[in-house]
Design a protein around this ligand. Structure first.
Ligand code: IVH
Length: 693
């Protein structure tokens, strides 16, 4: 389709057109760079629009000459069916976190020890942006692929979406372009971009985003890039992956400058400093500037500037040894409690939730805070209409830290535990001495039913993609399902008639439901939502009893013979299988086709019978990682030191446990010794790769 406009350059020969197009693209790319990256435009918006229009017209006259890196190709294309996976040849690592100055000093000390050097270390300090990590590959200077971080080794191909981001060049600038260059950075949405996005969503009656990070992640993971193109996404690059055909500078700061020269946007707050005191000064400076920055940062990152030293240090588990994130403390604000509601959980537990006068804290609007339970309310002496200090820390639900008693108004009212369930009106049971009050409605209570089904479908349980919380609520409300057993009866016709569900999504959901039927015994047990049976207990049960009939037949005593399972958990399990309606649900699920492979015996458990306690911060792995490694080898990890402890593992700042272990004469492993200890079993670890039973 040829547009005939006054701007038409026809008749042009193909060659001339090619040259014109190339020139226009180059001009526009350079203006884009000046405008979006340098924030220093050379021409007016109107002049820019004219150039763009010229390119559009010429491309429509010569459609076969449109290139993938043309600035016109940012607008977004037809939706994809699904994301394809991308393997990261060089893993996309995460960062170790530090929350106080001592941890930074310790980090620096470890670096000195590892490098066997007394020289003051040079660090490159950068803001830690709160968005999502992205890896972008340029071949001969042209953007060919963009992928999310995913689990670090496998991400998702989001090229179509990334190309809509104006701060990301589709074509690198300059003559010094490497053959292959993979750059890594953070995609984010600015504070104003976020506000505008939510205002627009509110106007259209759509769901608003909780914070800029969610908005950025949701926008990048869109199948329809036309939606992404409307989102105010930006980027800062902070590193490289694969590089071919170029010798990069041997300092991290030099690499970033090199990226900048190619037209890749880097932070304007980079600083190269000597030693930790200067790092800490940078931290304080950035913390002070935080509120006036146009985007959210949740801390700063210190990176050893010398690349040779980075290489010497390497990485451990999922983070490099040469970098550390120094996180800002949790944010606290004052607001008032407007009301308190009680939410009913999967097991009937009532959680009081404070509805707050909305407050904006560093990019997030807070309007709810958990009050945990009645004891907590009493302890903190919280009343409705009180002015309270609310803390937001990372992703967790905001919490009320304290009440400003001097501000308590005369009409402040006490928070009273309801007598009846706010959802199903069954009586509420509050056993003396127990923190939690519960609805006695069981699966008669729609709230408990909904939560049970949400849990069943969740990622770590049956992993039914597409059966999210909202959909479960809708399905229960309109009575299409009332227990987990009903979800496999859902039909295409029922699903496609639901509000906000097209035929395609309905088909996808049915496919996912079918896929979920093939599971593991442990996942199935966890999915059932038996009280006190979390993932770890489910795994132990699966491993011990191997089959469902064996588990169902187990007495409380037999259940207690499994390590870690005490009388309370055993009673809950036995009770669950005694209830006929639970057995009916299980029967129906199996009849619907839910199945699993026979549980494999894990014979390589050299640490079976050994109990470990971990104290202090381990430099090379998180406690959860250490725990997982020990458990895979058959070891048990306990919370306190006793005569039964086989080893105490100490990290940085070990506490009272260290003293107690010394008193009891328990063998102690420091972080290095622990590394060696684990390495001894490394072969076992790598051979234990089978999907956990
Ligand atoms: S460097 C090998 N630098 O933080 C080092 N990461 O918590 C990998 N992030 O996944 C990351 N700003 O998404 C680095 N200046 C910065 C960063 C940064 C934000 C994110 C990144 C990473 C996460 C780790």
């Amino acid at each position: 389709m040829t547009k005939k406009t006054g701007l038409s350059l026809n008749p042009l020969h193909k060659n001339e057109a090619e040259i014109q197009l190339e020139k226009l693209r180059q001009q526009i790319n350079e203006h884009n760079y000046r405008y979006y990256v340098l924030d220093d435009p050379l021409i007016s918006d109107a002049e820019y629009d004219q150039l763009f229009q010229k390119l559009n017209v010429l491309e429509s006259e010569f459609p076969h000459l449109v290139t993938s890196d043309s600035p016109t190709q940012r607008v977004g294309a037809a939706p994809l069916k699904e994301f394809t996976k991308v393997q990261h040849e060089i893993p996309m690592l995460s960062l170790e976190n530090a929350f106080n100055e001592q941890e930074i000093v310790n980090f620096d000390k470890r670096i000195h020890e590892r490098l066997k050097s007394d020289a003051v270390i040079e660090y490159c300090c950068e803001p830690k942006l709160d968005g999502l990590a992205i890896s972008i590959r340029y071949e001969k200077g042209i953007l060919t692929q963009a992928a999310t971080r995913g689990d670090g080794t496998t991400g998702e191909d989001v090229t179509h979406n990334i190309k809509t981001i104006k701060t990301i060049p589709l074509h690198l600038l300059g003559n010094n372009v490497p053959q292959v260059l993979e750059v890594r950075g953070e995609v984010f949405i600015s504070k104003t971009g976020f506000k505008k996005l939510n205002q627009a969503a509110l106007k259209k009656g759509e769901k608003i985003f909780a914070n800029p990070r969610n908005a950025a992640a949701g926008s990048v993971r869109q199948l329809d890039s036309r939606i992404t193109a409307t989102r105010p996404l930006e980027v800062f690059f902070y590193g490289v992956g694969i590089v071919e055909g170029a010798q990069l500078p041997n300092q991290h700061s030099g690499i970033l400058k090199f990226l900048s020269a190619l037209g890749l946007r880097i932070s304007t707050f980079l600083e190269v400093v000597q030693g930790t005191n200067a790092c800490l000064a940078y931290y304080h400076k950035m913390m002070q500037q935080r509120d006036i920055l146009p985007y959210e940062i949740d801390g700063v990152v210190y990176k050893i500037n010398n690349i040779k030293e980075q290489e010497k240090l390497g990485f451990v588990s999922r983070a490099p040894r040469w970098a550390i994130a120094h996180k800002f403390p949790a944010q606290e604000v004052l607001t008032t409690i407007e009301a308190v509601e009680f939410q009913v959980g999967r097991t009937g537990a009532l959680t009081p939730v404070a509805r707050l006068k909305p407050v904006y804290v560093h990019g997030v609007t807070i309007s709810n805070a958990t009050l945990h339970n009645m004891d907590e309310i009493k302890r903190k002496d919280i009343h409705i209409r009180d002015t309270v200090m609310v803390r937001r820390a990372g992703d967790v639900i905001p919490e009320i830290i304290s009440v400003v008693k001097e501000h308590r108004p005369p009409n402040a009212s006490k928070i009273v535990l309801p007598k009846y369930c706010p959802i199903c009106h069954s009586t509420i049971e509050h056993i003396e001495g127990e923190a939690v009050a519960r609805c006695t409605g069981g699966l008669f209570c729609p709230a408990q039913r909904k939560e049970t089904i949400k849990h069943f479908a969740s990622r770590r349980a049956m992993d039914i993609e597409g059966l999210g919380d909202k959909l479960v609520e809708q399905l229960v409300d309109i009575k299409l399902i009332s227990s987990v057993a009903d979800i496999y009866d859902l039909t295409l016709q029922q699903l496609e008639n639901l509000e906000r569900m097209g035929k395609k999504s309905a088909q996808n959901l049915l496919e996912q439901l079918e896929k979920s039927k093939s599971t593991t015994f442990a996942r199935f047990l966890y999915a059932l939502g038996i009280r006190e049976v979390g993932e770890a207990t489910a795994k132990l049960l699966a491993l011990h009893f191997k089959t469902l009939p064996a588990l169902k037949a187990a007495t409380e005593e037999e259940l207690q013979s499994v390590s870690e399972i005490g009388p309370i958990v055993a009673a809950h399990i036995a009770h669950f299988f005694h209830e006929q309606h639970n057995c009916d649900v299980i029967g129906k699920l199996i009849k619907s086709g839910v199945h699993w492979e026979a549980v494999k015996e894990n014979k390589h458990q050299p640490l079976l019978g050994k109990t470990f306690v971990i104290t202090g911060t381990l430099p090379n792995m998180t406690r959860d990682e250490a725990k997982e490694k020990l458990e895979k080898l058959g070891g048990k990890v306990a919370g306190s030191v006793s005569t039964k402890t086989s080893y105490l593992i100490i990290g940085v700042d070990p506490g009272a446990k260290f003293k107690k272990a010394k008193e009891l004469g328990i063998p102690i492993l420091d972080a290095n010794e622990f590394d060696v200890f684990l390495k001894k079993f490394q072969l076992h670890l790598s051979s234990l790769t089978a999907k956990s039973p």
